[in-house]
Ligand binder design. Structure first.
Ligand code: G3P
Ligand code: MG
Length: 244
């Protein structure tokens, strides 16, 4: 197994609970909190541009509505992704993947880029995100780790030929996890800490596949997981954690 080259703590959706999710303000907040790595979600806009957003629609996290995959870039650029979270974040834009990548590099943040395809756009998104990631992190000491719940997106990312490391995302670890990780050519397994007993995680650790657990917000729980051999945790409360 290649030793885990990333930090052990990733801020969830850029800045966790410190800022509106999937925004540049979140990246700044994570760095300010002393965090050295971030996780964020990337989907394609209607123009085919990779942008940071979790849901398939704009409604929950911006002042807009409608489907991300049907919204052209000029309309994306007019959205406010900060006001829903707090008045001090009013006018915070929906970042492009390029803007987020540049800021990660400026702030020295390692990245776990979650490929979050809109339904029906799995392969296209996996390929586009991998190619863009290879471009934006060209020459970087530490390339981003790409992950996805979508096998089709992971396959397309792998077939892009960029050679970037991939993580297979699941909720509960399935019985056939090892075969699936191998078949998809993944480096790591990312799973929900809430749905996996210690014995399941210990089994993955024993087989030499790096495990990343989300979303872990209590410092004691994070310490316990890392102690058990989990490689890293994704958290909304990076400000509460005492390790990096
Ligand atoms: O990548 C870990 C975590 O972000 C997966 O869940 O729904 O927050 O993207 P979600
Ligand atoms: Mg995510």
């Amino acid at each position: 197994m290649v030793p885990w080259p990333y930090p052990r703590l990733f801020a969830h959706r850029c800045g966790g609970a410190l800022a509106p999710e999937n925004t540049l303000a979140g990246l700044r907040a994570a760095a300010r909190a002393g965090c050295r790595a971030v996780e964020f979600d990337v989907m394609l806009s209607g123009s085919g541009t990779p942008v940071l957003i979790h849901d398939e629609t704009w409604d929950r996290t911006t002042d807009g509505s409608g489907r991300v995959a049907e919204t052209p870039d000029d309309a994306v650029a007019r959205l406010d992704a900060g006001s829903w979270f707090g008045r001090e974040f009013a006018g915070e834009p929906v970042p492009t993947f390029e803007q987020a990548a540049r800021m990660c590099r400026e702030l020295g943040l390692a990245a776990n880029v979650e490929i979050k395809p809109a339904a029906g756009h799995e392969a296209e998104t996996g390929r586009a995100v991998a190619l863009a990631a290879a471009r934006w992190w060209q020459g970087a000491a530490l390339a981003p780790l790409l992950s996805s719940f979508s096998a089709a997106a992971l396959t397309a990312a792998r077939n892009s030929g960029t050679g970037l490391a991939l993580g297979m995302l699941v909720g509960a670890v399935p019985a056939d996890w090892f075969d699936r990780v191998a078949r998809l050519g993944c480096y790591s397994l990312h799973c929900d800490a809430a749905y996996n007993p210690a014995a399941t995680l210990a089994n993955v650790v024993r087989r030499g596949v790096p495990v990343l657990c989300y979303t872990v917000n209590e410092p004691e729980r994070a310490a316990e997981l890392l102690q058990s051999g989990v490689a890293a945790v994704v958290s909304d409360r990076v400000d509460a954690m005492t390790f990096e």
